[in-house]
Design a protein around this ligand. Structure first.
Ligand code: PAF
Length: 283
């Protein structure tokens, strides 16, 4: 698997591809790849001729006391996993390439409002870190399209808003969440779960499913659904952070006439902070 670590190497390969008329797709990651990431590569490859995967554990999106130092860095394993995939090139830059002016001095890209609710409320600055790195990566790779997982639904929504507001000529592809057999959404952070916690973790998906089923049956008391979701998660042994029914397009609070909804939840379980969501289309 070809790997480049600086902008020059990346641009040289991209220029060759562009000359040959190739459509380029991009999959940004922080590594520690699992089947969910390979789904992104697969979806990207279906819509393009070449796929660039970036691997960069982005310090800007971790708050003080979060798991930046502990975040699994598994480059050799990641490259081996990508070997059998449709990935054409890996971009694995060091921090100095991404932030030549340093972590605090770098120019930032922020999406106000959307970045402050749900996960943003408990992780101040997190989404500004995400949009800053994604904007920089888009400028380096200049892809025709980029694939993001629906598991991070708020991130996907924020990236879409950034692309619209800043006129990035990049199509954003949302790829469905890959789950374990018991429903737990795949995540690099699942490795923080001990054996007993791992048995409890699928309850998050279970609570989302119960709310989604109720919405499909016609329930429109969103406050009651949210309270029931929090109670379900708590009684399974987790510490819920939020459980919310929102509109899909802008994550606003829905009214009884909205048809395209998303139920989102975040919960602490031991060392892990789990997030998940389900889309509910009522038409
Ligand atoms: O979803 C992720 O893994 C990260 O937030 C991303 C998009 C690679 C930016 O660092």
């Amino acid at each position: 698997m070809p790997v480049v670590s600086d902008g020059c190497g990346l641009r040289a390969t991209l220029a060759d591809w562009r000359r040959a008329g190739a459509r380029v797709a991009f999959v940004p990651t922080m590594g520690n790849l699992h089947q969910g990431h390979l789904d992104l590569v697969h979806a990207a490859a279906a819509a393009a001729d070449r796929v660039v995967v970036s691997i960069f554990v982005n310090p800007l999106q971790f708050g003080p006391g979060e798991d930046f130092a502990a975040y699994p860095r598994t480059l050799e394993d990641d490259l081996a996993r990508l070997e059998g995939s449709a990935c054409s090139l890996v971009f694995a830059p060091p921090e100095a390439v991404m932030y030549p002016s340093g972590r605090t001095g770098t120019t930032r890209v922020e999406v106000p409002g959307l970045a402050d609710l749900l996960c943003g409320a408990s992780r101040p600055g997190h989404f500004a870190g995400v949009t800053t790195v994604v904007a920089k990566l888009f400028n380096l790779v200049q892809p025709d399209l980029a694939a993001f997982g629906q598991k991070d639904y708020q991130q996907l929504t924020i990236v879409r808003r950034m692309v619209a507001d800043l006129d990035f000529p990049v199509e954003i592809l949302g790829v469905p969440t890959r789950r374990e057999a018991d429903g737990l959404a795949m995540s690099s952070r699942n490795r923080y779960l001990g054996a007993a916690e791992r048995r409890v973790a699928p309850a998050l998906h279970g609570a989302l499913q119960a709310a989604a089923d109720a919405l499909r049956r016609g329930e429109r008391d969103f406050v009651a659904l949210q309270q029931a979701g929090m109670d379900n998660i708590r009684s399974a042994g987790m510490s819920p952070e939020y459980f919310e029914v929102r509109r899909q397009d802008d994550l606003g609070t829905p009214n009884g006439n909205d048809r395209n909804l998303v139920v989102l939840a975040a919960s602490k379980l031991g060392r892990a902070r789990l997030i998940d969501n389900l889309l509910v289309d009522l038409d």
